[in-house]
Design a protein around this ligand. Structure first.
Ligand code: HEC
Length: 323
C-alpha cells in the first residue's frame, strides 16, 4: 500500500514538473548557455577582483541609465563583496550629490556618505522614460534574481534536468541570462526568404542581396494553411538573440577596449569579459551575503556530522548493557 502511495506521489510530482512549465522563465523558450562562474556550485565564491572590475563597468557604463538603489556605498567595502578600501569608497561617495534637508528643514543637496544608497541617474520613472524613448531602464539591484533561464530541452529530460540542478546547487540562471543578454546583440535581425507562404531561414553568409530577403525579429508560424507572419524590427529597437521577443530598446552597451574601462589588473578588455565582470557584480548586488551563506552552510553540515557521530557513540555506550 505504502509503495502505491509513494508511486502516486512521485508520479504526480513528475507530472507537475513536466507539465507545469518553468516557473521563472526569461520567456520565449530561448536557449541560454550556462557559463562556469567562480560563484557556481555549493563551493563557489565571488572573485573579489572580478567584482571590482564589474563595479567599474557598472559605474562607468550602465549607471548612465540604470540605478542600483538597494546598494549603499558602504556595501562596496563589505566582506564577501568587491571589498574596496573604505577610504576610496568614502571619496567616491563624496563625488555624488544626495538630496537631503539642511539645518532649516529646507531641501538641499550634500555630498554622499558611506551610509547613503548609490543614487540612480533619474529623479523618477517619468524622467527615466522620457530620456530613453519611452522605455524604462530597470533598477539593477535585484535583476540577477529577477531573471532566470528557461528549460528548452526535450520534455522527458526536464525532470532529470531539474533533479540535476538541485543536486549541483544550480542557481546562476540570472547570471547566465544577463551575460547572454549583454553578448547577444546582432547588427541585423535574422534573414528569411518567403517561399510559398513559408518563411525559410537564410544563413547570413548566403545573403547575397538584402533585397532578396526579409528580416524578422520573430516569425509567427501560420496555422492551417495560412502564411507565416514576419515581425519586423520596430523603429529604434536593437536585435538581441537572448532577449524575449528579440527587440530591445537598450543600445548595445558594451564594446571591446572601451576607453572608460581601463583594467588595472591586466584582465582582458573584450566585450565578453566586460559582460562577465558586470554580471558577476550584479549577481553579488542581488545577493550580497552569498559567500557568507555558503560558508555557513558547510559549517552547519560539519556541525551536524560531528553531532551525529557523538550521538552514535553515546547510543552505543548507553545500550551496551541491554544488547
Ligand atoms: C543608454 C542607456 C542604457 C545604458 C547605458 C544601459 N542600459 Fe540597460 N537598458 C536600457 C533600457 C532603455 C532598457 C529597457 C529595454 C527594454 O525594455 O526594451 C534596459 C534594459 C536592461 C536590462 C533588462 C533586460 C530584461 O531582461 O528586461 C538589463 C539587465 C540591462 N539593461 C543591463 C544593462 C547593463 C548591465 C548595462 C551596462 C553594461 C546597461 N544595461 C547599460 C538602457 C540602458
Amino acid at each position: 500500500m505504502k509503495k502505491i502511495t509513494l508511486g502516486l506521489v512521485l508520479g504526480a510530482a513528475a507530472f507537475g514538473a513536466v507539465f507545469s512549465g518553468p516557473v521563472m522563465a526569461a520567456g520565449d523558450g530561448i536557449a541560454i548557455e550556462r557559463k562556469k562562474w567562480s560563484f557556481s556550485g555549493p563551493f563557489g565564491h565571488f572573485d573579489k577582483n572580478q567584482l571590482q572590475r564589474g563595479f567599474m563597468v557598472y559605474e562607468k557604463v550602465c549607471a548612465t541609465c540604470h540605478g542600483l538603489s538597494r546598494i549603499a556605498f558602504r556595501n562596496l567595502s563589505q566582506k564577501g563583496g568587491p571589498e574596496f578600501p573604505e577610504a576610496g569608497v568614502r571619496s567616491l561617495a563624496a563625488t555624488y550629490k544626495i538630496d537631503d534637508l539642511d539645518a532649516n528643514g529646507e531641501s538641499a543637496q550634500r555630498a554622499g556618505r558611506l551610509s547613503d544608497r548609490i543614487p540612480g541617474p533619474y529623479k523618477n520613472e517619468v524622467q527615466a522614460r522620457a530620456r530613453n524613448g519611452g522605455s524604462m531602464p530597470p533598477d539593477l539591484s535585484l535583476i540577477a534574481k529577477g531573471r532566470n533561464v528557461e528549460y528548452t530541452g526535450t520534455l522527458w529530460y526536464h525532470p532529470i534536468s531539474m533533479l540535476k540542478d538541485v543536486a549541483t546547487g544550480y542557481q546562476e540562471g540570472g547570471a547566465d541570462y544577463l551575460y547572454a543578454l549583454l553578448t547577444s546583440y546582432k547588427e541585423k535581425a535574422p534573414a528569411y526568404r518567403l517561399t510559398s507562404g513559408r518563411l525559410v531561414s537564410v544563413a547570413e553568409t548566403d545573403v547575397k542581396d538584402e533585397k532578396s530577403v526579409v528580416r524578422c525579429a520573430t516569425v509567427d508560424k501560420g496555422e492551417g494553411g495560412k502564411p507565416d507572419t514576419c515581425n519586423a524590427m520596430a523603429q529604434g529597437m536593437h536585435y538581441n538573440a537572448s532577449f524575449p521577443g528579440h527587440q530591445i530598446s537598450m543600445f548595445p552597451p558594451l564594446s571591446p577596449n572601451d576607453s572608460r574601462l581601463k583594467y588595472a589588473d591586466g584582465a582582458p578588455t573584450t566585450q565578453s569579459s566586460y559582460a562577465a565582470d558586470v554580471t558577476a557584480f550584479l549577481f553579488w548586488a542581488a545577493d550580497p551575503t552569498h559567500d557568507e551563506r555558503k560558508n555557513m552552510g558547510w559549517q552547519v553540515l560539519l556541525y551536524l556530522l560531528v553531532t551525529a557521530i557523538l550521538l552514535f557513540i553515546a547510543k552505543k555506550r548507553l545500550w551496551r548493557e541491554v544488547h
